[in-house]
Design a protein around this ligand. Structure first.
Ligand SMILES: Cc1ncc(COP(=O)(O)O)c(C=O)c1O
Length: 372
């Protein structure tokens, strides 16, 4: 397939032809198993009653965001203004930028976006409320904000209870801002392997948020949105009667780290590498290393061939050790599941989209590297 994205040399070098087998692709490259990804999307959509607002940090691709919307999502979540810009330009409205946006440059970009699209943003402090308010007021705009609550992750977020109530009041009294509700991310409980413990700890986070919601409502403010995350707690937050939306990201690709907690989702994203050296029958080195797959959640795992293990990586080398597999030879292809799909996706320009093992499409990772 000579696709529209063809000008890029790297893609051209792949001699990408529809129907070719994925192992003929040049490497390292990222492969999507489309059927598996669609099954993951459907599983999430069918498992939750609450609204879905998937986090696009995992795929950074408008094509996939549109598939999530087609599968029933009400909108999307981004981490960055620049990611939201890419999604909006691709025609996606209704974006929650789940972050604090500060400083004149980004606030200008945020308001530019919010003047044409439905945008919400998080606040957790008074300084930010004031700068957003005066910028929005100067442009005679109304910016919709959610208050981010710290329910235990200890990242951003105002403390639930009185501090959150005070911040909600200040939003109410700030020209140019519209209070839309509360947001929290229970990332500190998401990786408890025991599902009972995960449920109990998630419930504690939810209780903190809902108690704060009640306090805000008691002073006559309407809390329209209660937004929570993520993949590992979807079954709990996605069906809680007082949560309005959830923001899972990783579910559609899955990865080696989340799979241990959620076996019901399958691996849809892999990295393809090539054996470039076999210094010893029990050792093989591939052309994919730390610049091709991240290890912030541990080492990626090999899914093909069987009987080999990735034991360490340098920037451009992945070193494999033979367990009980057949010896590898130069040119053999190795397929690997990332340990963290979100950070791995951010390293590539394209997804090579396959059905079974056949290439059917190439999708740009348009928001890759969008950090601002
Ligand atoms: C604000 C926010 N919402 C939702 C998520 C959920 O992401 P995931 O489903 O990949 O765990 C995250 C993860 O980092 C997050 O930071």
């Amino acid at each position: 397939m000579r696709s529209n994205t063809f000008p890029e040399r790297e893609l051209a070098m792949n001699e990408v032809i529809t129907g070719m087998n994925k192992i003929e692709l040049d490497t390292p490259c990222l492969i999507i198993n489309k059927d598996v990804m669609e099954a993951n999307l459907a599983h999430m959509a069918n498992s939750v009653k609450n609204n879905l607002r998937p986090h696009i940090k995992t795929h950074k691709s408008p094509v996939i965001a549109k598939m999530q919307l087609a599968a029933g999502a009400i909108g999307i979540t981004s981490a960055k203004v620049s990611e939201a810009e890419i999604m909006a330009k691709a025609g996606i409205n209704n974006i929650l930028i789940a972050n604090q946006i500060t400083g004149p440059q980004k606030i200008t970009r945020l308001l530019d976006l919010a003047s044409d699209y439905s945008i919400q943003v998080l606040v957790d402090n008074l300084v930010n409320v004031k700068e957003l308010s005066s910028a929005a007021e100067a442009r005679k705009m109304e910016l919709h904000v959610l208050i981010e609550l710290n329910v235990g992750l200890n990242r951003c977020g105002v403390l639930p209870g009185a501090p959150a109530l005070e911040l909600a009041r200040s939003v109410l009294n700030s020209r140019g801002l519209v209070f839309a509700g509360v947001e929290f991310y229970e990332g500190h409980v998401s990786k408890f392997p025991d599902s009972d413990i995960r449920k109990r700890e998630t419930q504690k986070s939810i209780d903190l948020a809902l108690k704060t919601k009640e306090q805000i409502e008691k002073i006559g403010m309407n809390v329209e949105v209660v937004s929570s995350g993520g993949t590992c707690t979807y079954a709990i937050t996605g069906n809680h009667p007082d949560i309005t939306e959830i923001r899972p990201g990783s579910y559609m690709f899955m990865d080696a780290s989340y799979k241990q907690i959620l076996p019901e989702f399958e691996y849809a994203l892999t990295i393809l590498g090539t054996v470039v050296s076999t210094p010893h029958p029990n050792r093989a080195v591939i052309d994919a290393g730390g610049k091709s797959m991240t290890q912030d959640n541990g080492l990626p795992i090999i899914v093909s061939p069987e009987g080999w293990k990735l034991i360490w990586m340098n920037e451009e080398h992945g070193v494999l050790e033979r367990l009980d597999g057949s010896p590898l030879t130069i040119g053999d292809k190795v397929e690997i599941v990332p340990s963290h799909s979100c950070t791995t996706t951010n390293l590539y320009d394209h997804f090579f989209v396959c059905q079974k093992d056949k290439l059917i499409d190439v999708w740009d990772i348009s928001a890759r590297g969008k950090l601002q």
